[in-house]
Design a protein around this ligand. Structure first.
Ligand SMILES: *[C@@H]1O[C@H](CO)[C@@H](O)[C@H](O)[C@H]1NC(C)=O
Ligand SMILES: *[C@@H]1O[C@H](CO)[C@@H](O)[C@H](O)[C@H]1NC(C)=O
Ligand SMILES: *[C@@H]1O[C@H](CO)[C@@H](O)[C@H](O)[C@H]1NC(C)=O
Ligand SMILES: *[C@@H]1O[C@H](CO)[C@@H](O)[C@H](O)[C@H]1NC(C)=O
Ligand SMILES: *[C@@H]1O[C@H](CO)[C@@H](O)[C@H](O)[C@H]1NC(C)=O
Length: 344
């Protein structure tokens, strides 16, 4: 007699694996939906949506709804960052949150392949271009031999105004780390970063381990039980059309989950996401959509409070160049306990 709960688990795994074949297209996107990398999306209290993304010292676009029409408004840091990491540095992968009248945008200062990057923060009352104050580095400690991380891809997470402000970051080398900030949300708490997710797999076409980056934490109540979801992007983010990663090694959106904000994170099969290369695929390439990633999750009050998974992707028909990257989103459903991309 098979163990009934194991059997039910297998059935739901099969059901979810089958769904992957049925990933819907991204929801429509109106207005300017291109030149998008690593978007972070937030709705202001007046209903205006802000989409803040990598490009030109952090691009700010606004829209009356998640669907658009999106309009580019200007750079978040027109003069660049106070942080000085290297000549010809770039500012990447912003992560925006709002608390008590102030927007906080964390950002990375780096260059392709650089491990001495840093993470900074800017604040604004309005989120409009020209209205941001740069505070420079949040002061995360530099890497050590034991904590071989790169200070990029920030993600701020707080569950309630009096809760601890958690901070995820990292990419390549030893992948995803977590620490906390002080209650000012502007500076590191002093608590040593702890590694939370790592993929040791060596893809056949490269001599370094597969990259795990762009983490994003989200919590949700499933049947009265609270779970913490660690979304991340896995694989090769960007490549020219004639040098693409082997199928399956290109960017994709994965998730792990825990009953505690700081782990242990496991995937749907129970595999540890730090020590066993665990991670459950949420959205990968399908149809015209190639290499989705750089994702975040936001509740959409304009659409019955549905939860949107937003990301960048390559449209194979349009092109694989940096400027071709598209903004996309789909709604996700947590009813099974795991985020499933659904047609709206
Ligand atoms: C479209 O939006 C992106 C990102 O928001 C921006 O970098 C780009 O300059 C915009 N293009 C136009 C034509 O406004
Ligand atoms: C941002 O706008 C607010 C309201 O208009 C203004 O009070 C504040 O001084 C501005 N801050 C910056 C840094 O421009
Ligand atoms: C999570 O954080 C709590 C207190 O903040 C600590 O006691 C616990 O050891 C941490 N657990 C892990 C897995 O890091
Ligand atoms: C780990 O990397 C391999 C090789 O790219 C990939 O097939 C696998 O999906 C990755 N796993 C996770 C959890 O990201
Ligand atoms: C990709 O681009 C083509 C050509 O513009 C368009 O017809 C198609 O709807 C797009 N698909 C997606 C998923 O963006």
């Amino acid at each position: 007699m098979p163990n009934p709960s194991l059997f039910a688990g297998l059935i739901s795994l099969v059901a979810i694996a089958r769904r992957a074949e049925l990933w819907p297209n991204p929801e429509p996107c109106l207005g300017n939906c291109t030149y998008i990398h690593d978007p972070s999306v937030i709705q202001r209290s007046d209903g205006t949506w802000f989409r803040i993304s990598t490009n030109g010292n952090i691009a700010i676009a606004t829209a009356p709804a998640l669907v658009g029409p999106w309009e580019y408004k200007g750079a978040m840091l027109p003069q660049g960052s106070k942080i000085d990491v290297v000549n010809e540095q770039e500012i990447w992968a912003p992560d925006v949150f709002f608390n008590d009248g102030l927007f906080y945008a964390y950002y990375s200062v780096s260059q392709i392949g650089l491990q001495t990057s840093d993470i900074g923060v800017a604040t604004s009352e309005t989120a409009e271009p020209g209205n941001w104050t740069d505070h420079g580095s949040v002061g995360l400690p530099t890497k050590t031999d034991k904590s071989n991380y790169n200070r990029i891809d920030p993600n701020f997470f707080i569950e309630c105004p009096t809760c601890d402000p958690y901070f995820q970051f990292g990419s390549a080398w030893n992948d995803i780390y977590q620490t906390t900030l002080k209650k000012d949300f502007l500076s590191w708490s002093g608590s040593a970063p702890v590694q939370k997710a790592y993929n040791s797999t060596l893809p056949p076409s490269q001599d370094y381990a597969s990259i795990t980056e762009g983490s994003f934490m989200f919590w949700w109540n499933i049947d009265g039980k609270k779970y913490y979801y660690l979304f991340f992007s896995s694989g090769t983010c960007c490549a020219s059309k004639d040098a693409l990663a082997a199928p399956g090694d290109e960017y994709k959106i994965m998730v792990c989950r825990s009953e505690s904000v700081n782990g242990t994170f496991v995937d749907m099969e129970g595999k540890d996401c730090l020590t066993e290369n665990g991670g459950t695929l949420v959205l990968g390439s399908h149809g015209d959509v190639y290499a989705p990633g750089g994702q975040g999750v936001v509740v959409d009050p304009d659409n019955k409070g549905k939860i949107a998974l937003y990301y960048h992707y390559v449209n194979k028909t349009i092109g694989y160049e940096y400027e071709d990257f598209q903004f996309g989103y789909n709604y996700i459903d947590f009813a099974s306990g795991w985020p499933i991309v659904v047609a709206s």
